[in-house]
Design a protein around this ligand. Structure first.
Ligand code: TRP
Ligand code: SF4
Length: 400
């Protein structure tokens, strides 16, 4: 049985905030129950933009991993690792760079955008141009089927798919491919072989993509199907060569637009964040100091929640009766703003309590975090080495 694999990475930005929690981490926590997941710290990616001052990346990486664990990412379920500790990513990046058309990289929308946005940095570097390719290597090296990302990263996943296709097309035509594929079909057993052939014909004659999906499902059911055979059967099905690299799909993470303290999206660059494990006094103080509807100068002035950032947080943290209480009380000047803020404070603290609890274990004993990552690095590395064996062989670098 071959379970679909999920992979995602995050740049080490230091301690995470509630926007990361609602936008990304909650989703990871959910996914880890449904799929084998790999989550990694993209420390090399941080270097593509912060090459001038790399100090701090390592510290930020450890902080971030603690936040993942605090949020409920479970190292028993998901493999957590650090990109630079699996050097195979770099080898795949190099090998893929040989066959990646320069134009493909120049056309990635984030390339020009980011260069313009981060004008203060000189991003006319080889590394920055190659960043989507590095991301492709991260994905392809684990033969990941699903990649949870935000909208801005979708073009990178699409780029990865095209690259995988190009790679398989170029290097997947091993000598005697057809014969080997037909033998693999026979090994499926007569009933499955017949079904596979039917689906293959249906796809090749009618372009029926449903047939491809069914054939993949059929292959998933085969116990102990060798990876080699699987690659051949997938390629033979669609009339391409052996599928050495798997085309991933993006799993779009809905933009959660977690509001910050000023009503804009919560973001470090706006200075409007509450960190994941911010201490209680500081959370209380930050919310108490939040701006409210400017029309409510005095306690007796009625207000409009639509004009107040506190209301946006009520929509995240409060239940319907409480929201009704806010609407009513604000518009009639029946409640004061500090009173109105209290349920938000309580809601945030309630959400953070288990996170603080989980983090404490790791803060008290940092060796545990190192062990989790060492374990994850080793597990990830085994998977990466498997893919690299096939990639090297396909590119004529077997030497044995
Ligand atoms: N590029 C992603 C970002 O900046 C991080 C990332 C790197 C990633 N490699 C990845 C995400 C592979 C998903 C899969 O947010
Ligand atoms: Fe905002 Fe609440 Fe004050 Fe109304 S009562 S202005 S919603 S904080």
């Amino acid at each position: 049985m071959y379970a679909e694999r999920v992979l995602s990475g995050m740049r080490p930005t230091g301690s995470l905030h509630l926007g990361h929690y609602h936008g990304v981490l909650k989703n990871w926590v959910k996914l880890q129950h449904d799929y084998p997941c790999l989550f990694f710290v993209a420390d090399w990616h941080a270097l593509t933009t912060h090459y001038e001052d790399p100090r701090g990346i390592e510290q930020a990486s450890w902080e971030m991993v603690i936040d993942w664990l605090a949020a409920g990412v479970d190292p028993e379920r998901a493999t957590l690792f650090i990109q630079s500790q699996v050097p195979e990513h770099a080898e795949l990046h190099l090998l893929l760079s040989m066959m990646t058309p320069l134009g493909w990289l120049e056309r990635v929308p984030t390339y020009k955008d980011q260069q313009e946005k981060l004008e203060s940095k000189d991003l006319s570097t080889y590394g920055f141009l190659g960043y989507p390719l590095l991301m492709s290597s991260d994905i392809l090296i684990y033969r990941a089927d699903k990649v949870p990302v935000g909208e801005d990263q979708i073009p990178h996943v699409e780029f990865t798919r095209e690259l995988a296709r190009r790679f398989n097309h170029m290097y997947g035509r091993e000598p005697g491919f057809e014969e080997k594929a037909r033998e693999a079909v026979k090994r499926l057993g007569s009933k499955r072989a017949r079904r596979y052939e039917e689906l293959r014909t249906r796809f090749q004659q009618q372009g029926d993509s449903e047939a491809v999906a069914r054939a993949h499902a059929l292959l998933d059911e085969v116990e102990n199907l060798p990876l080699d055979d699987r690659e051949r059967l997938c390629g033979y099905l669609e009339g391409t060569g052996k599928m050495i690299l798997v085309e991933p799909g993006a799993l779009l993470t809905e933009a959660s637009r977690m509001p910050g303290l000023d009503g804009q999206k919560m973001s470090k660059s706006y200075g409007n964040t509450i960190s994941l494990r911010e201490d209680e006094a500081s959370v209380t103080q930050k919310v108490r100091r939040m701006p409210t509807d400017p029309a409510r100068v005095r306690r007796t002035d009625p207000g409009d929640p639509e004009k107040c950032p506190v209301w946006q947080l009520h929509q995240v943290y409060s239940d319907a009766p409480c929201r009704e209480w806010v609407q009513q009380g604000c518009r009639s000047a029946g409640i004061g703003c500090l009173e109105c803020k209290q349920p938000v404070i309580d809601g945030i603290l309630r959400e953070q309590a288990p996170m603080r609890e989980r983090a404490r274990v790791y803060l008290d004993d940092p060796a545990r975090v190192r062990d989790i990552i060492a374990d994850g690095n080793a597990r990830a590395r085994r998977l990466a080495q498997e893919t690299m064996r096939d990639v090297r062989e396909a590119m004529g670098l077997k030497y044995a």
